[in-house]
Design a protein around this ligand. Structure first.
Ligand code: B12
Length: 223
């Protein structure tokens, strides 16, 4: 049985403690960072398919999966893997889930990976209106806003962030990163909502933010 299958079994039985023990044992051998990319990301995708496509999992089981993921993220944050002290500080940047979106896990992973690379991250949480994203970016001097959305309908709300950036004359100065599983299944969506870039998973996010930050600096220098 693969680690993903074993984890799904623990979640199916609502055995949060057992799931944590299983993941701790795997992480001791392979590391907590790989736990996210190799185990949690693919398992959550499988659970989503089982929940919606085949009805083989219940909402309560999906909730347990979310709780187990939060347990792991909290451990990673408290252990401060790749502590930011080992990287020169970068940022600040602003992240959050767009208005009406409550899928926090992906966003929290993004924040964890960015912090591990030294970025100063202002995480605004779930259900964030467009104006709040841009107000915060201006307040802290962020050149990149990262907006997360998991559902097609909520992803379209990101257009309001684009409009807010443009209407305040901040085009290019504030870069708009967008992400969430819905962007992986609909590649054209990034352009449709006015995103400046995306990344398929949290591992790739620091590179994306580096690139967008550079673009913002170049835009300002050329202006
Ligand atoms: C867990 C889950 C929930 C949990 C969320 C708990 C929580 N605390 O997050 C709960 C139960 C609350 C929930 C609710 C709902 N959900 Co839901 N959910 C999921 C599920 C199973 C997993 C999502 C997840 O956490 N994935 C794991 C994370 C790590 O992946 P991720 O978010 O994609 O993030 C990664 C990358 O995308 C990227 N990334 C993420 N954000 C960003 C941002 C930037 C800037 C960048 C660059 C990258 C990036 O990095 C992340 C880490 O690698 C998915 C199934 C699936 N196939 O994804 C459905 C799914 C997203 N949900 C769905 C639906 C329909 C709903 C509900 C409407 C159900 C209902 N009828 O109530 C509600 C809507 C709530 C709302 N308004 O937001 C559908 C959406 C369909 C669609 N595409 O339109 C899905 C796809 C299930 C399905 N197969 O149909 N859900």
């Amino acid at each position: 049985m693969t680690i993903q299958q074993s984890l799904i079994e623990k979640i199916r039985l609502a055995d949060r403690q057992g799931a944590n023990a299983l993941l701790d044992a795997w992480a001791t051998e392979h590391g907590y960072e790989r736990l996210i990319s190799d185990v949690l990301d693919p398992t959550l995708l499988l659970i989503g398919e089982k929940w919606c496509a085949s009805g083989a999992m219940t909402l309560a089981q999906v909730y347990i999966a979310a709780k187990v993921t939060e347990d792991v993220l909290n451990k990673i944050i408290s252990m401060r893997i790749n502590p930011s002290e080992s990287h020169p500080p970068k940022g600040p940047v602003v992240i959050g889930n767009i208005e009406e979106d409550f899928h926090a896990l992906g966003r929290r992973m993004v924040g964890t990976f960015l912090r591990a690379e030294g970025w100063i991250v202002h995480d605004l949480g779930n259900d964030v209106p467009a104006t709040v994203f841009v107000d915060k970016a201006l307040e802290v001097g962020a050149r990149v806003i990262g907006v997360s959305a998991m559902i097609m309908t909520t992803a379209l709300n990101i257009k309001m962030v684009r409009q807010e950036i443009d209407s305040r004359g901040l085009t290019g100065r504030i870069q708009l990163a967008v992400g969430g599983a819905v962007f992986c299944v609909s590649p054209g969506l990034v352009g449709e909502v006015g995103g400046d870039g995306t990344a398929a998973n949290a591992l790739a996010v620091p590179d994306l933010f580096n690139r967008l930050w550079r673009q913002s600096v170049e835009k300002e220098a050329g202006a």
